[in-house]
Design a protein around this ligand. Structure first.
Ligand SMILES: [Zn+2]
Ligand SMILES: [Zn+2]
Length: 310
C-alpha cells in the first residue's frame, strides 16, 4: 500500500465529471480535473409529498454529453420511517485512489452531532478512471474489514449503521456491528437465516464445553502456522460438540460457529467464512441485520439441556 501511495502523483485529479442525483435530480457535481482528495457536504430536504420509504442516490459520470450510471445506493431510515419532509446531511469524500465514501445523517448541516445521532454509512466504491490504475475491488463474501467498514485498531462506534447490498441479488439492507471482544461473547449464526446466538465467555456451561477436547484454541489473530492439522481438527470438533447443545433457531435452522452471515433476501453469504476457522475467529465483529431485522439470542436458555448438570 505504501508503495502504491508513493506512486500516486500529488496532482491527482478526477478525469471525468461526476454528479450525484437523488431520485433523478442532480444535487451535486464535481467537474473533471477537480483535484483529489475531495470532501463535500450537502443538505437535502425530501419533498413533503414523497411517498416512498427509500431514496435512490445515483452517481453518474458525464463525458461528451453521455451520462453513465456508475453506482446506485438506496437510503432508508433504520426504523423505515417516512422520508417525506426530512432534512438530510450528506457527506461525500473521495480519496486519492478515487474511492468514494458516503455518509448520511438525519438533520441539518453543521448540526451538533451527538453520540446518539445515527450515522448511515455505505459501501465505498472506486470511481472508474481512463487510466484505470489502482483498481480496488471487493470480492464476493468479503469480510467487514475487506469492505472497509472497519479499520483494525479503531473501534466502530455504536451509532453507525451500514447500508450495503448483496453481492448476489443486489438488494440493499442495513446492519449494525458489535465488537465481540468487548462484549466477551462468541457468536454463532443460524445456517438458514440472519439470526445469531451470542454466548457469554463467562457462561460456565460454555466454558466447560469449550474445554472438553482440551484443544489449543484458535482465537482472533491466531496464525495458521502455529496450529497443527490435529489442533485445527480438535477446534472444529469442539465447536460441533457445542453446537449440538443449542436449541434450533426460531426458523428451524441451526446455530453454527462456521455459519456465514447471510443476505436477508436471497440467503447467499454476505460475509463468507469459506469454512475457514481462522477467518471466522478473526471476524471479531457480529453483523446484526437491522433492516430487515434479525433476531439475536443471548445466553442460557439457548442450551437444550440447561437444567442438566453435566
Ligand atoms: Zn434461523
Ligand atoms: Zn441477496
Amino acid at each position: 500500500m505504501q508503495d502504491e501511495l508513493n506512486s500516486i502523483e500529488e496532482n491527482e485529479v478526477l478525469d471525468k465529471t461526476i454528479s450525484l442525483k437523488i431520485n433523478n435530480k442532480i444535487v451535486c457535481a464535481f467537474a473533471s480535473n477537480t483535484p483529489l482528495s475531495i470532501s463535500e457536504a450537502i443538505q437535502y430536504t425530501v419533498d413533503e409529498d414523497y411517498q416512498e420509504k427509500r431514496l435512490y442516490l445515483d452517481f453518474m459520470t458525464h463525458e461528451l454529453g453521455k451520462e453513465v450510471l456508475i453506482k446506485r445506493y438506496e437510503f432508508f431510515l433504520q426504523n423505515m420511517d417516512d422520508l417525506a419532509g426530512k432534512t438530510l446531511s450528506i457527506y461525500l469524500d473521495i480519496n486519492l485512489y478515487r474511492i468514494l465514501f458516503l455518509t448520511i445523517i438525519e438533520g441539518e448541516l453543521n448540526q451538533e452531532v451527538e453520540y446518539s445521532t445515527i450515522m448511515y454509512r455505505f459501501d465505498h466504491f472506486q470511481i472508474p478512471s481512463e487510466k484505470n490504475d489502482h483498481v480496488i475491488e471487493v470480492e464476493k463474501g468479503a469480510t467487514v474489514f475487506e469492505r472497509g467498514f472497519v479499520t483494525s485498531g479503531r473501534v466502530t462506534p455504536g451509532n453507525n449503521r451500514f447500508i450495503s447490498s448483496c453481492d448476489f441479488c443486489g438488494k440493499f439492507f442495513m446492519f449494525r456491528m458489535f465488537h465481540v471482544g468487548f462484549s466477551d461473547v462468541d457468536y454463532y449464526y443460524c445456517d438458514r437465516c440472519t439470526n445469531y446466538l451470542a454466548v457469554s465467555l463467562f457462561d460456565q456451561k460454555y466454558d466447560r464445553l469449550l474445554d472438553k477436547l482440551s484443544a489449543k484454541r484458535i482465537s482472533p489473530f491466531s496464525q495458521p502456522y502455529d496450529f497443527s492439522d490435529y489442533d485445527i481438527q480438535l477446534n472444529l470438533e469442539n465447536y460441533q460438540l457445542i453446537e449440538d447443545h443449542f436449541v434450533p433457531c426460531t426458523c428451524g435452522g441451526q446455530f453454527k460457529y462456521l455459519a456465514n452471515c447471510l443476505c436477508p433476501y436471497c440467503k447467499s453469504p454476505y460475509v463468507d467464512f469459506f469454512n475457514d476457522i481462522f477467518r471466522k475467529a478473526d471476524h471479531y465483529y457480529v453483523v446484526e441485520m437491522v433492516v430487515p431485522k434479525a433476531e439475536s439470542f443471548y445466553g442460557e436458555k439457548y442450551w437444550k439441556d440447561y437444567e442438566e448438570d453435566d
